[in-house]
Design a protein around this ligand. Structure first.
Ligand code: WT7
Length: 643
């Protein structure tokens, strides 16, 4: 039996949604989807209101995801213009710098609007038009928000690439979507360290012939060489006006691309469109976090990930919120930093990842206890399963039992939260993302696709479309269908394993495909393998996840060297560095085991199940190894396990 934390009377009374209303919303979305969604869509400001809602199909014959197709709107106008009359002088964006001794910045809705319009005019002056792709490779500074919203304003499709990715990873993402222009900064700062963003763009440009223009924001003032391709943002901004009409867009016009790792091949460009995505971001922000005017909302993600897109920018701004953007790390200069930021800005809700909580928990409660935190009313988590110990620490130590924990399960592909509590409606169980939001229809199936009812474990599918669903893989619609809709025909397969308990609560158990979740970031094992085999001394590599105290999962790599190459500590360090350079620091292997051979079937397929078990240290139950081409490799692997 797991603990149940009951919704407090106070929350039940005051929240937007209580238990009765949740049930009514869930039923309405299920029984009259068209009426329900056209009604919900009214929370957005449409130029032409839609008269149709869901026109999606998960079947091959008429496959496609389409919502509100005859509606027209502009996403940036929904996030800015429509708030000007009622809350133009309210703070829209608070920016907290990396170093605590520096001054934060605040932008009212009017100021943010003006910055975005000016940025949009700079893009236009560079020839960017509706439908063009703009790559944004930025630190967590206000200009990153301006750039994203400026794209939305003129109908350009943004592709934000996390500032921690390497020049190679950046180049691949620029080329894949044929992006002409990159927005970057001279350098970024995080935890007192400098990240050479402009230099990385220069290196990427050599491998990305589509790139013609780089707009450079002066962030740190570092001395960076400018080429004929580069334009300083502040110089370009001085040449344009702050008056820029919002481009009317069809609901289904693309809003952004965000690259994410899958189980095979290179990262996929997940495409989200305008109307459905914005509705889902806004509605889930409202439902799950019970946002109220005047609350200070802090999503402590990076805008390079979907969490930053949906819950630093689009959801909160569509709801007229005050959203906080933090440049730095949760534990720098020390483990109090996050709670000091809460106190400094009187934050009401913080939304972060279990990995950050585990890292802070390890440092001890004193770093938390010495801060006030009385402004907090709700605590959110996302990115990976939260272990009950971290959940309780968040609840008891950080929230002092006053703040519901909202654990949101979702994915880059889903646009916003899918399975998550509503604080006034849902009793909580530590470690469970609880129940589906209205309009979300989860289903558990076994390996053969048989639908499993009741309290059971299985693979998590979603049977009906929802407004925030991705629309395609950029440039490869067939891959979209193939990746998500062929494992279990007619259903969207999430890639996650999941248990449903006797109360209908969902417990995500982690990925069941070759994707690992490192510190809440998705990593394709195939990507790390490809990087490793690019090294001249490596013949073959196989990568699996391993349990990790803080990161959730770590990266365990089995490496077979070319004949004549000797394993050594130096080579191990070199390979780690190699992967960092090829992909980025988040892909650094935690353990590398030199393996003379990998366990393969007679047809040459690597048996990852065995590799996973060894990496987990679970060598007593390796299962049947008799089908291997050479069963003796397993003994060697077990004997030379690392860690
Ligand atoms: C994968 C998606 C959602 C934004 C951040 C990650 C895992 C995400 C939870 C949660 C258990 C979770 C799943 C999912 N995941 N949230 N609350 N509980 N697992 O987005 O990079 O697209 O990764 O993260 O495995 O499939 P992403």
């Amino acid at each position: 039996m797991s603990d149940v934390y009951r919704v407090s009377q106070d929350w039940a009374r005051h929240a937007h949604v209580d238990a009765e209303k949740y049930a009514a919303l869930y039923d309405a979305a299920a029984s009259d989807p068209t009426g329900f969604w056209l009604d919900q869509a009214q929370r957005l400001d449409w130029i032409v209101p839609p008269t149709v809602a869901d026109q999606s199909s998960f079947d091959e014959a008429d496959f496609g995801v389409r919502w509100f197709a005859d509606g027209r709107l502009n996403v940036a106008a929904n996030c800015l213009d429509r708030h000007l009359a009622s809350r133009g002088n309210d703070v829209a964006l608070i920016w907290e710098p990396d170093a605590p001794e520096e001054e934060p910045k605040r932008f009212t809705y009017l100021e943010l609007f003006q910055h975005v319009c000016r940025f949009a005019n700079v893009l236009k002056a560079e020839g960017v038009a509706k439908g063009d792709r703009v790559t944004i490779y930025m630190p967590m500074i206000p200009e990153a928000a301006f750039a994203v919203l400026a794209c939305a304003r003129i109908g350009a499709i943004h592709s934000v690439v996390f500032g921690g990715f390497s020049p190679d990873a950046l180049a691949g993402r620029i080329e894949d979507c044929d992006s002409r222009l990159v927005v970057t900064a001279d350098c970024g700062r995080r935890g007192g360290k400098t990240i050479p963003l402009k230099a990385n763009v220069d290196a990427a440009a050599e491998r990305a012939p589509s790139l013609k223009r780089v707009i450079v924001v002066k962030a740190t003032g570092a001395d960076v060489p400018m080429t004929g391709r580069d334009v300083w943002y502040h110089e370009a901004a001085a040449q344009v006006s702050a008056d820029c009409p919002a481009e009317p867009m069809d609901a289904e016009d693309p809003l952004f691309i965000l690259y994410t790792s899958g189980s095979t091949g290179k990262p996929k460009g997940v495409l989200h469109s305008s109307g459905g995505y914005l509705l889902w971001a806004s509605l889930t922000h409202h439902w799950c976090f019970d946002y109220r005017p005047g609350d200070v909302w802090w999503c402590a993600a990076d805008i390079g990930w979907v969490t930053g897109h949906s819950y630093i920018l689009y959801g909160p701004l569509a709801n007229g919120a005050t959203t906080l953007m933090y440049e730095g790390l949760p534990n720098w200069p020390d483990a109090s930093r996050i709670w000091q930021v809460v106190d400094r800005h009187k934050v009401h809700t913080i939304f972060t990842a279990p990995t950050a909580l585990r890292a802070l928990m390890k440092e001890g409660d004193a770093f938390v206890a010495k801060t006030d935190r009385s402004s907090l009313k709700l605590l959110g988590t996302v990115g990976e399963p939260i272990n009950p110990e971290a959940w309780r620490w968040y609840n008891d130590v950080v929230g002092e039992g006053r703040c519901p924990i909202v654990d949101t399960w979702w994915q880059t592909e889903t646009g916003g939260a899918m399975i998550a509590p509503m604080p006034g409606a849902t009793d909580l169980k530590p470690g469970s993302a609880t129940k589906p939001l209205p309009g979300v229809h989860p289903q558990l199936v076994d390996e053969t696709g048989k639908v499993l009812d009741g309290a059971v474990s299985g693979n998590l599918c979603i049977t009906r479309s929802w407004p925030g669903q991705m629309r395609t893989v950029w440039g490869d619609h067939a891959r979209f269908f193939q990746t998500y809709f062929t494992t279990y025909p007619g259903k969207y397969f999430t890639g996650d394993g999941c248990r449903r308990d006797e109360d209908g609560y969902y417990w995500i158990t982690g990925r069941v495909d070759d994707v690992i979740n490192v510190s809440g970031h998705r990593m394709g094992t195939a990507e790390v393998e490809s990087a490793l085999v690019l090294h001249a001394k490596v013949a073959e590599a196989a990568v699996v996840g391993m349990p990790h105290d803080v990161k959730g999962q770590g990266i365990y790599a089995y490496v077979t060297l070319n004949a004549g190459e000797a394993a050594s500590e130096e080579l191990r360090a070199e390979l780690r560095q190699w992967v960092r350079t090829e992909i980025g620091p988040i892909a650094t292997p935690d353990a590398i085991q030199f393996a003379p051979g990998l366990p393969k079937t007679r047809s040459g397929k690597i048996m990852r199940r065995i590799l996973r078990k060894i990496a987990e240290g679970d060598v007593s139950s390796l299962g049947d190894t008799s089908t291997l081409a050479d069963p003796s490799v397993v003994d060697d692997l077990v004997a030379n396990r690392v860690g």
